[in-house]
Design a protein around this ligand. Structure first.
Ligand code: PMP
Length: 324
């Protein structure tokens, strides 16, 4: 087996801080067979001037995670607050002075055969050094032949492990066909989202995104972009169905997500968008988002948890909150 991640990084697994090499699951684990897990993705951005690692909206991510776990009757007993503390502790123990990605995963952990679930749940938090997820240039996206999963089959808003087969199929086909990312239509033929990101379109002076009832993940970056658009650019985002052909006629397109950030799309299905160049709203949004998550915009510090400072404060407040 080829391990792509340093096996010595410290992860939080079943209530303990362990090297990744010791955090293992058995071959009969329910979630491995039936996809019965719920995961999250959280970013941490390194700010060199402040020597600080800013976790981006960790509380919102953990609240979404705990709620989504309820879809599968998975219980994560820790509060969102405590999960933030554990995450900051992971950053500290690993001494990350770089951009990172945090992968929380809660899952049905019983080791036996059969889809029936029971009360054996477990969770892990893994934090990894992590750079750019998509190429750092205008992207070429392709509309996938795979349809986005429907809410009454598997809820797309749930970040459910098994549901990501849908994203894997679409993304893999797109890459084999030479595209950078897949765009998925839902069963009613409207644009839903990318394989791992939400989509925004500029058309006729409006900034438009599919509404949350179009079988999308209710993205936290999507919400951040909506807030930035309104407060910084004076644009109120219109949430409405988007037709496939509107993608081809759009003035600008961009993708949003924890991993991708704000990523411009300059071609869709071999048709140029915005003359094949990154448009004005997109590049402004990219700049605003990067500045916000690196801590350069005071008004958006509210989104950030300074991992190192928060752990130091916790220790000063009354000894160690978390045993090292
Ligand atoms: N859609 C899908 C299918 C995703 O996997 C993601 C990544 N979590 C997103 C959208 C973006 O969501 P967020 O901004 O919360 O990361």
């Amino acid at each position: 087996m080829k391990a792509e991640v340093d096996q010595n990084i410290i992860v939080y697994f079943r209530g303990e801080y362990l090297p990744l090499s010791q955090a293992r699951v058995g071959i009969l684990t329910h979630a491995l067979h039936y996809g019965t897990g719920v995961f999250e993705g959280i970013r941490g951005y390194w700010n060199d001037a402040e020597q600080e690692l800013f976790l981006v909206r960790p509380r919102e991510h953990y609240e979404r995670w705990k709620q989504n776990c309820g879809l599968l009757h998975i219980d994560v007993p820790e509060s969102a607050e405590h999960l933030c503390e554990i995450t900051a502790e992971l950053a500290l123990r690993n001494a990350f002075h770089t951009d990172i990605y945090i992968r929380p995963l809660a899952y049905k952990s019983a080791e036996r055969v059969g889809v029936r679930t029971d009360d054996y749940d477990a969770f892990a938090l893994v934090a990894l050094p992590f750079g750019a997820y998509l190429p750092d240039r205008g992207l070429h996206a392709g509309v996938s032949a795979w349809r986005r999963i429907n809410d009454n089959a598997i809820p797309a808003r749930g970040k459910i492990c098994g549901a990501y087969v849908n994203s894997v199929l679409a993304s893999d086909d797109a890459r084999r066909a030479g595209f950078d990312e897949a765009l998925l239509l839902n069963e009613s033929g409207h644009v839903a989202e990318g394989a791992t990101c939400n989509l925004f379109m500029v058309r006729k002076g409006q900034l438009i995104t599919p509404s949350v009832t179009e079988n999308i993940l209710e993205g936290i970056t999507r919400a951040s972009v909506m807030e930035l658009a309104w407060h910084q650019l004076g644009l109120s985002v219109v949430e409405r169905p988007i037709d496939r052909s509107e993608l081809y006629l759009s003035d600008e397109l961009f993708l949003t997500g924890t991993a991708v950030g704000v990523a411009p799309v300059v071609r869709v299905d071999h048709r140029p968008v915005s003359g094949g160049e990154v448009g004005a709203v997109t590049s402004e949004m990219q700049r605003l988002y990067v500045d916000a998550v690196r801590g350069y915009l005071p008004a958006y510090r509210k989104w950030l948890l300074p991992a190192f400072a928060s752990q130091q404060q916790a220790e000063e407040r009354g000894g160690q909150l978390l045993k090292r």
